[in-house]
Design a protein around this ligand. Structure first.
Ligand code: HPA
Length: 250
């Protein structure tokens, strides 16, 4: 049976070690190759499909990810729900490293990324509604699952999608803060918009990996990010098991 739930894993979640893998499928799409083969398997007895956003060996930087191929592949196999795991920097005072966050809004600062399926061979110009960029139903289920598990999670927040791959300057973070952003990452767009264009029910589960630039003195190191991701991703794995059982009952 085709799974209805997909997990897109980001930094720190390139391999979902709790997944009992049943098969892999290398798809090609009209938009090229997805970041990784589709990895089918079971999480606690429920079937899911997993895609590694940065590739299986974490070699694809945020601005080079083929977001269109990734989302197209998931829709093509019949997925309905997409849970996107991602590492972010914390801007808001309660977004400290190690917590989970379920953003409810996005500000897109990325540029030059192929960001729509509605480009060529159109019979009419299409504008999707994106007032609520994440699926409210899926967000609600993630929040409920996190509450039931007693996880340390922030239930709303505005996600700033930055171009990367470098981290931000302190002044850029001050600007994002003035813009009302609470967390900052590099892969949330165009992923969320493309999912909406395809009618996929998409929500993000972010792990705060570090304080955003300038929030505390000193440099941000990859070692710090990786250290904080370990704990956060353990929480995400628990959350996934719980939320997938809730979605299965839909
Ligand atoms: N900025 C942007 N993306 C990130 C960060 C950050 O501080 N941490 C993890 N992903």
């Amino acid at each position: 049976m085709t799974p209805t739930v997909a997990i897109i894993g980001g930094t720190g979640l390139t391999a979902l070690d709790t997944l009992k893998i049943t098969r892999r499928e290398a798809l090609s799409t009209p938009y090229g190759q997805p970041s990784s083969p589709l990895i089918y398997g079971e999480l606690d007895g429920r079937s899911v499909v997993f895609l590694a956003r940065h590739g299986l060996h974490h070699t694809i930087p945020p601005h080079k990810i083929n977001y269109r191929a990734n989302l197209w592949a998931l829709q093509h196999i019949g997925v309905r729900w997409v849970i996107a795991a991602a590492a972010v920097g914390g801007i808001r005072a309660d977004m400290e490293p190690g917590v989970l966050a379920f953003p409810d809004q996005i500000v897109d600062y990325t540029w030059g990324r192929p960001s729509t399926f509605f480009e060529d061979h159109l019979s009419h110009v299409t504008h999707i509604d994106f007032t609520e960029p994440y699926c409210p139903t899926l967000r609600e289920k993630l929040i409920q699952a996190a509450r039931e598990l007693g996880l340390n999670a922030r239930e709303s927040g505005t996600y700033a999608a930055m171009q990367g791959p470098r981290l931000e300057t302190a002044a850029e973070i001050r600007r994002l803060e003035r813009d009302g952003c609470d967390i900052v990452g590099m892969t949330g767009m165009p992923e969320a918009a493309l999912a909406r264009e395809l009618g996929l029910r998409y929500a993000a589960c972010a792990v705060v990996a570090n304080w955003a630039a300038g929030k505390i003195p000193g440099e941000i190191t990859m070692a710090e990010i990786e250290r904080n991701l370990v704990g956060g991703m353990e929480q995400i794995k628990k959350l996934l098991v719980r939320v997938i059982s809730m979605l299965d009952e839909e």
